[in-house]
Design a protein around this ligand. Structure first.
Ligand code: HXC
Length: 519
C-alpha cells in the first residue's frame, strides 16, 4: 500500500464510521422522526467546528457473537466544537449502533470528552438516545455508567452540563442527565424512566404507556425532572445554544456581558399600574418580567411545573441574570414543596456559575395543609432558604406586593445577604395578611359581637388599622430591611444600576467541606 492507498483507506474508514449502524438503521431513525447522532451535532455546533475523537474505537465484547458485529465508533459520536465561537465538548449517542446502548468503550469515549472539558473549563453537552446498558457487556457496562456518573458529579458546579433527550433514556442511564444542570426533552420522541412500562406492570400491576410514564409532557409538568419540552429536535438544539448565552464557560469565569441596544434607563409608566389595587387579585408576574428585561427576552425554565414560581434567564443592560419570581396568577404565588425545590435548585445553579439573581417577590406565604406537611414542606422550603443564604453572587430583591411571614425571609431577604432590597410603594411586608392577623388578634372580640353587620364592620376596621400600620413597605424601610422604596416605572434602571455597582462584588463562605443542605 503506498501513501495514496493509505489515505484512501483512511477516507473509506471515516465514511464507514460516519454510517454508524448502516443506511437501513439510519432510515429507520428518520422514519421515527429522529435525526442521527451526527446530524444533531452538525445542527448544534458552529458550521465546520466539530472535531471528532475516537472514530475508530470498537467494542471489546466477545460474548453473544458480538465479536463478529463491530461498528466504528461503537454507538457514540464524541468530540469538541464551538457554539457562538466558544468551545464545547459533546457526545451524541448513536441509536443506529446497538440501539445507542452503552458499552465499556462507549463509556471511555464519553469520559474522555468529559475529562477534557474539565481541563479546558468548557461546557459538556450530552445528546441522549439510547437503549441503556449494552446487555451483552453486563457489568462492564454498569461500570462504564458509574465512571460517567462520577465525572458528572465532579463537573457539577465547575462546568455547565446540558443534556438533551432525543430518544429512550431508561434504567440507571437516567442518572447521568439527572446529575447535569439542564435537561431538554423532545416531545413524543423522548422518554425517561427508571423502570419501564413492562416492569411497572409486572411489579405493581399498573398499566401505563411509555408516554404517560416518562414522556416530555410528564417530566416538564408533573415530575419536574426536565426543564424544557421542545416541540422537536431542532428546537431542542436551538435551546442548548440559547442557554449557553447566559452562562460562562466555567465557574471561574463570569457570563459574557453583551452589547445592549435596549436603553438601560428606559422608564415604563405601565408598571405603575400593573398591579391590581385589590391585594387578592391575581396578575401575571411575567408581564412585569418582560417589561424590565432587555428586549423583552426571557428564557423560562420549567415553565409547566410548579407554576407558582417563575424561574429563568434574562439580560439587564447586557448582563445575564437569573430571575426568580412568585407568580400570583397560579395558587396566588404561594411557596410549596415543588416551587421551593424548583427555585432552590435554580438559585444554586446561578450561584455556581456567577449569574446574578434578581428576585421579584409577591408571596402570601407557604401553602398550608397536611399534604404539604406530610410531604416535607419544612425540608423542601429549607432548601430554598439555604440556597439564597449560601449564594454569593449579586442578589437584588424587589418586593412588588405581598411578602408575608417566613416566605418573606426566604425570598431573598436582606438578612439572607441580598445586596439591594427594593420595594414598590404598594408592598406589604408583614408577618401575615391583615385578615389572618385580625382573626388571631381580635377573633375572640369579633365573635362576641352579636349583630352580623356590626361584627363585619368591626373586623373591617381592625383589618384596615392593621394594614395601615404593618401592611406597607415603610416599616421594613424604617429598619433598613428595604434599602429603598422605588417607583415601579424605574425598576429596570434601578436593577441595572445596582448590577453595575455590584459587578465587583466579593463575598465569601466560611471554610468547609460542604454544607449539609436539607436534601
Ligand atoms: C444491546 C440493544 C439494547 C441494549 C436496544 N438494542 N437496546 N442492544 N443492549 N440495551 C438493540 C436492539 O437489539 C436492536 O438491534 C437495536 O438496538 C434497536 O432496538 P429496537 O428494539 O429494534 O428498537 P425500538 O423498537 O425503537 O426500541 C428501543 C428500546 C428497546 C425501547 C430502547 O430496544 C429496548 O427496550 N431495549 C432494552 C432497554 C433496556 O432494558 N436496557 C437496559 C436498561 S437497564 P438491531 O440489531 O435489531 O438493530 C440499564 C441499566 C443502566 O440501562 C444502569 C446504570 C447504572
Amino acid at each position: 500500500m503506498d501513501i495514496q492507498d493509505k489515505i484512501k483507506h483512511l477516507i473509506d474508514q471515516r465514511d464507514k464510521a460516519r454510517l454508524g449502524g448502516g443506511e437501513k438503521r439510519i432510515d429507520s431513525q428518520h422514519k421515527k422522526g429522529k435525526y442521527t447522532a451526527r446530524e444533531r451535532i452538525d445542527m448544534l455546533l458552529d458550521e465546520g467546528s466539530f472535531e471528532e475523537y475516537d472514530m475508530f474505537v470498537t467494542h471489546r465484547c466477545t460474548d453473544f457473537g458480538l465479536e463478529n458485529e463491530q461498528y466504528l465508533g461503537d454507538g457514540v459520536v464524541a468530540g469538541r466544537g464551538t457554539i457562538a465561537g466558544r468551545v464545547v465538548y459533546i457526545f451524541s449517542q448513536d441509536f443506529t449502533v446497538f440501539g445507542g446502548s452503552l458499552s465499556e468503550t462507549f463509556a471511555m469515549k464519553v469520559c474522555k470528552v468529559m475529562d477534557q472539558a474539565m481541563k479546558a473549563g468548557a461546557p459538556v453537552i450530552g445528546l441522549n438516545d439510547s437503549g441503556g446498558a449494552r446487555i451483552q457487556e453486563g457489568v462492564n457496562s454498569l461500570a462504564g455508567y458509574a465512571e460517567i456518573f462520577y465525572r458528572n458529579i465532579m463537573a457539577s458546579g465547575v462546568i455547565p452540563q446540558i443534556s438533551a433527550i432525543f430518544g429512550p433514556c431508561a434504567g440507571g442511564a437516567v442518572y447521568s442527565p439527572a446529575l447535569t444542570d439542564i435537561i431538554i426533552m423532545s416531545d413524543q420522541t423522548s422518554h425517561m424512566f427508571v423502570t419501564g412500562p413492562k416492569v411497572t406492570k409486572t411489579v405493581t400491576g399498573e398499566d401505563i404507556s411509555t408516554e404517560d410514564l416518562g414522556g416530555a409532557t410528564v417530566h416538564t409538568s408533573k415530575s419536574g425532572v426536565a426543564h424544557f419540552k421542545a416541540d422537536n429536535e431542532n428546537e431542542g438544539l436551538l435551546l442548548i445554544r440559547k442557554i449557553l448565552e447566559y452562562l460562562p464557560q466555567n465557574n471561574l469565569e463570569d457570563p459574557i456581558v453583551t452589547e445592549c441596544k435596549d436603553p438601560i434607563d428606559r422608564m415604563d409608566d405601565e408598571l405603575n399600574t400593573v398591579i391590581p389595587d385589590d391585594p387578592n387579585k391575581p396578575y401575571d408576574v411575567k408581564d412585569i418580567i418582560y417589561r424590565i428585561v432587555d428586549n423583552e427576552e426571557f428564557l423560562e425554565l420549567q415553565r409547566f411545573w410548579a407554576k407558582n414560581i417563575v424561574t429563568g434567564f434574562a439580560k439587564f443592560g447586557g448582563q445575564p441574570c437569573g430571575i426568580v419570581a412568585n407568580q400570583p396568577n397560579f395558587l396566588a404565588g404561594v411557596l410549596d414543596i415543588n416551587s421551593a425545590r424548583k427555585a432552590g435548585r435554580f438559585v444554586r445553579f446561578c450561584d455556581a456559575f456567577n449569574v446574578p439573581i434578581i428576585t421579584l417577590v409577591d408571596v402570601p406565604g407557604f401553602l398550608p395543609g397536611s399534604f404539604q406537611e406530610y410531604g416535607g414542606i419544612i425540608t423542601h422550603g429549607a432548601k430554598l432558604l439555604f440556597a439564597y443564604g449560601e449564594a454569593t453572587v449579586p442578589k437584588i430583591t424587589i418586593t412588588l406586593r405581598k411578602a408575608y411571614g417566613g416566605a418573606h425571609d426566604v425570598m431573598g431577604s436582606k438578612q439572607l445577604r441580598a445586596d439591594m432590597n427594593y420595594a414598590w410603594p404598594g408592598a406589604e411586608i408583614a408577618v401575615m395578611g391583615a385578615q389572618g392577623a385580625i382573626e388571631i388578634l381580635e377573633g375572640k372580640r369579633i365573635s362576641e359581637i352579636e349583630d352580623p353587620a356590626e361584627r363585619a364592620a368591626f373586623a373591617a376596621r381592625k383589618e384596615e388599622e392593621y394594614r395601615e400600620k404593618f401592611a406597607n413597605p415603610y416599616v421594613a424601610a424604617r429598619f433598613g430591611y428595604i434599602d429603598d422604596i422605588i417607583e415601579p416605572r424605574s425598576t429596570r434602571w434601578r436593577i441595572i444600576r445596582a448590577l453595575r455597582a455590584l459587578s465587583t462584588k466579593k463575598d465569601l463562605l466560611p471554610p468547609k467541606k460542604h454544607g449539609n443542605i436539607p436534601l
